[in-house]
Design a protein around this ligand. Structure first.
Ligand SMILES: Cc1cc2nc3c(=O)[nH]c(=O)nc-3n(C[C@H](O)[C@H](O)[C@H](O)COP(=O)(O)O)c2cc1C
Length: 310
């Protein structure tokens, strides 16, 4: 198996960015990368997408902010992060010794904040691409306000495009009526690629206390429960735009990843699965390679968008 697998071409292109393989980890589920070193070989991953970064540190929402439901994880972390200065000083150097690409997820509560954070990261060696989070359902200001409106999506994408040379990935929300409209707007604004999907807005109630289980009342649903929604979004967006997609939502094993590639994703992200098994992303990669060997696929990119509808 080993000799055969070494012949498979695994690298994929995400616009101007080449990844050594299509398996990445989703923002907010893999810390700043370094935390997972004891559990998996981070260097083997195509990319690590780090936790969303703001201009200044954020403490996020009060506890409780993670609740397990019968069908998925609900979170209202509220974008807790160290802020861009500490990120560059303390977290980024780790990636300079890694083969894996570093994609920085960027948050903003205003257009100016998105631009400022992107500009600072643009001049920071070790950052390989920006993923713009216009889809966080858990904060009142910024984020989702941009991601549900095509005009704002195009504007924020274009403004950031004008302030960075880095590959620009825009992360889309499923909490919209027609995701293809938002995808087209981001592409028009100059995005090199899109990632999708962010979490689905949900809530959980404690019936005895008659209170919400999350401090923020509502939160984002993730995990296997959302995979069919995510696959549908990737498939729809793949038909609507020409730029590459990074697909995510409930990916737990190699076959899940294969489904996303067939639906039209050029790469995938493993998210919530890393909480039940911190080595989940490496297993997804191994199983993806096994799939290629078993099915005599010599170039993984031939899977991308290969869905046939009779
Ligand atoms: C605890 C938690 C924190 C997250 N934080 C971020 C974030 O900071 N920025 C972002 O764009 N997405 C964030 N997400 C969304 C994930 O990156 C991913 O899009 C989503 O969870 C779907 O993938 P999954 O079902 O594999 O987890 C977060 C998700 C979880 C569960």
């Amino acid at each position: 198996m080993m000799a055969e697998s070494s012949k498979i071409k695994l690298s994929v292109s995400i616009g101007p960015l080449t990844l050594q393989n299509p398996v990445t980890v989703a923002s907010g589920t893999f810390g700043y990368g370094q935390e997972y070193v004891p559990y998996c070989n981070v260097s083997r991953l195509g990319a690590v997408v780090v936790k969303g970064i703001n201009r200044r540190p954020r403490v996020g929402h009060n506890q409780p902010r993670l609740v397990e439901t019968a069908s998925g994880l609900l979170n209202c972390i509220g974008l807790q992060n160290v802020g861009v200065d500490e990120f560059i000083r303390e977290k980024l150097p780790f990636f300079r010794e890694m083969n894996t690409a570093c994609i920085v997820n960027v948050n903003g509560s205003s257009l100016d904040e998105y631009i400022e954070v992107s500009e600072i990261l643009d001049s920071s060696p070790g950052v390989d691409a920006l993923e713009i989070n216009i889809s966080c359902p858990n904060v009142k200001e910024g984020g989702i306000t941009f991601g549900v409106d095509p005009v704002m999506t195009e504007r924020v994408t274009r403004e950031i495009r004008n302030h960075t040379h880095l590959p620009l990935i825009v992360k889309l929300s499923p909490n919209v009526t027609d995701i293809t409209t938002i995808a087209k707007a981001a592409a028009c604004g100059g995005a090199d690629a899109l990632s999708l999907i962010n979490t689905l807005l949900g809530m959980a109630i404690d019936p005895i206390a008659r209170k919400p289980r999350l401090s923020n009342v509502t939160g984002g649903l993730s995990g296997p429960a959302i995979k069919p929604v995510a696959l549908r979004c990737v498939w729809q967006v793949h038909q609507a735009v020409q730029i590459p997609l990074i697909g995510m939502g409930g990916i737990c094993n190699g076959l899940d990843a294969v489904e996303f590639l067939i639906a039209g994703a050029s790469a995938v992200s493993v998210g919530t699965a890393s909480f039940t098994d911190p080595a989940a992303s490496e297993k997804v990669l191994d199983e993806l390679i096994d799939f290629c060997v078993q099915n005599k696929i010599s170039d993984i990119s031939t899977l991308i968008g290969s869905l046939t509808i009779s």
